[in-house]
Write a protein that binds this ligand. Sequence first.
Ligand code: ADP
Ligand code: MG
Length: 226
Amino acid sequence: MFRRHSNKSELISEINPYSPVAESFRALRTHIQYAQEQPQHVQVITVTSSIPKEGKTTIAVNLAITYARDQKRVLLIDADLHRPRIHHIFDSNPANGLSQILLKECQWGEAIRKTHIPNLHFIVAGTIPKHPAELLSSDHFDELIEELKQHYDIILFDVPPALVLTDAKLVSAKSDGVILVARAEKTKSHMILKTKIQLEQIKNNVLGVVLNQKRERNRLVLNGYY
Ligand SMILES: Nc1ncnc2c1ncn2[C@@H]1O[C@H](COP(=O)(O)OP(=O)(O)O)[C@@H](O)[C@H]1O
Ligand SMILES: [Mg+2]
């Protein structure tokens, strides 16, 4: 159910782990594991979409909860340095996040925050920088990811829409796999295809397209993958 819980409808998988929605996210997790022809360890995942408001943040948060429930050490990072939202979902201070780490104004250890969900940590976007794409293409970002990989089983990036900003492609290129979210019955198929082609031109690591659907009194439905 897409019911309000802790005032945050996005934390949907947390509400009832036996709900169809929670089951959909477990199926997505399994899909990610077996998406590639030669399954390899997918540790760093970016969740993006073509345009705003298709459900990227919602899917990223719920996928993070799903992995955390599976005893994985999960780090969710808000790499949407334009319209950050993870701090809002977890009612956290928006300052001291990814942009401060990349600007070397703070250490990553100082930016890590815990959630009420065991195994689930997050890093907020931080103060919105002047040139987000420059920060996201820095070598320091590569080093940060390498270091974080030593401490977490799964690192999930929430990013801006890929057709609108270059940021999503920069982060996708640094990830093992990309999940492309589309709003069922809203996102035009040519847009999904265009985004997929653009992402694949950079690194061929699109793991699947998730159709996010709002129906049945706002129930979130993950309507299949390609
Ligand atoms: N399946 C869904 N059913 C109902 N509301 C949804 C669903 N997916 C997303 N939303 C809501 O739509 C809005 C935009 O979703 P969000 O995840 O922030 O999109 P994006 O990160 O792509 O901009 C949010 O208010 C979110 O709670
Ligand atoms: Mg978002």
